[in-house]
Design a protein around this ligand. Structure first.
Ligand code: TXA
Ligand code: MG
Length: 343
């Protein structure tokens, strides 16, 4: 008997340049009725629920199979909502918000009592950001509530940058997905902890270190014995295939990948290679997926997760990836590749 892949989650298309209000209200109604709606942001698709509705928030953890100690980011559509969620907000928070919101920057602040502990993983802090996507902003406004949303993927898997990626992981487990096209940035927001003496970046992302530096001094993310951000287990963002990241860059990187590719092929492994466009022809005989021009990290970041998903769909056993300089979005790309490689 043939098995059909029946879609069980309602999928509605909304124009990201000019979101249809009636459709945004339709999605907001699902949120108000304690349902889950996946929606596009400028970084990746989020899986949203009313942040004050514990019953709904619990469904997020169930759908994603996410551990409860991994806290969620709350998305807001206006600055006033920040004071509703956080207390003792330092001036640097407003400076950063003014410069980067709406945009891919998440602020960690001391939480107000009314924020459910389920959202914050039992922590005394809360993560807040204002996304730069008209659909996301309209959804929050129509719902009239802040919306907590992790990336709309199964826990530990690759974040979705298209509506169909959401359905690949969560079809039938959530009420609705809004198809607003491909997300622009393609890697998650930068997370900065403002509850310490000196702000500390917990996750590099859409706002680069270079841009942050113009507004505030900060410490960079690094491996800590104490896990500062509970959800940041090393195996995050992992494709199904084993990912190996080349150490070398340029010609050294190419040679290293060729050597590893030959080695894995001799062991009867199916190899996929992730490279920049200029190196496409450097690996004859192997499946090569390119991220974009090496000098355009915006394009490379935007394509990263879709390319990793494509290689998974092809069923490769090993993904060999080129390395990037940690400048601009390169820091976020390298962070995700490192986590995907599990080292
Ligand atoms: O771009 C993004 O940030 C996307 C879109 C949907 O907004 N969201 C996202 O959410 O990446 P998620 O849940 O996949 O990753 C959020 C990270 C988690 O690793 C979590 O541990 C951390 O933020 N986080 C949340 N609240 C925190 C807190 N109070 N303290 C430290 N880390 C926190
Ligand atoms: Mg995530």
């Amino acid at each position: 008997m043939e098995v059909f892949n029946v879609m069980k989650t309602e999928c509605i298309e909304i124009d990201s340049n000019n979101p249809e209000e009636a459709l945004c209200y339709k999605a907001a109604k699902v949120i108000i009725n304690s349902g889950l709606v996946a929606f596009p942001t400028e970084t990746v698709y989020g899986l949203g629920a009313n942040a004050f509705d514990v019953k709904a928030v619990r469904k997020i953890f169930a759908a994603k199979e996410r551990p409860f100690e991994d806290p969620l980011i709350i998305h807001i559509s206006d600055l006033e909502s920040l004071s509703e969620l956080a207390r003792d907000i330092p001036p640097v928070a407003f400076k950063l918000a003014e410069k980067f919101w709406p945009g891919p920057l998440t602020l960690i602040l001391k939480k107000k009592k009314k924020v459910p502990v389920l959202v914050t993983g039992g922590l005394d802090t809360v993560a807040v950001r204002m996304p730069k996507n008209k659909i996301a902003l309209s959804l929050i406004e129509c719902a009239g509530k802040p919306i907590c949303a992790p990336s709309a993927n199964l826990f530990g898997r690759i974040s979705p940058t298209r509506a169909r990626h959401v359905l690949q992981d969560l079809d039938g487990k959530i009420d609705m997905v809004i198809d607003g096209g491909t997300t622009l940035i393609g890697v998650e927001s930068t997370i900065i902890d403002l509850t310490q003496d000196v702000p500390q970046v917990l996750r590099p992302g859409g706002i680069s270190y270079e841009k942050l530096k113009n507004v505030t001094p900060f410490r960079k993310s690094r491996s800590h014995k104490r896990i500062l951000s509970p959800g940041m287990y090393k195996s995050h963002y992992a494709p199904k295939a084993k990912l190996v990241l080349a150490d070398g860059k340029g010609d050294a990187g190419i040679n290293e990948i060729r050597r590893l590719a030959d080695q894995y092929r001799k062991a009867f492994k199916n190899v996929g290679i992730v490279s920049v466009q200029e190196h496409k022809e450097e690996y004859p005989g192997f499946t090569v997926k390119t991220l974009g021009p090496g000098n355009n990290l915006t394009v490379c970041a935007a394509n990263l997760y879709a390319v990793l998903r494509e290689l998974d769909v092809l069923g490769v056993d090993i993904i060999l990836s080129e390395s990037f300089h940690r400048q601009g979005l390169g820091a976020a790309i390298m962070d995700r590749l490192k986590k995907a490689s599990g080292v």
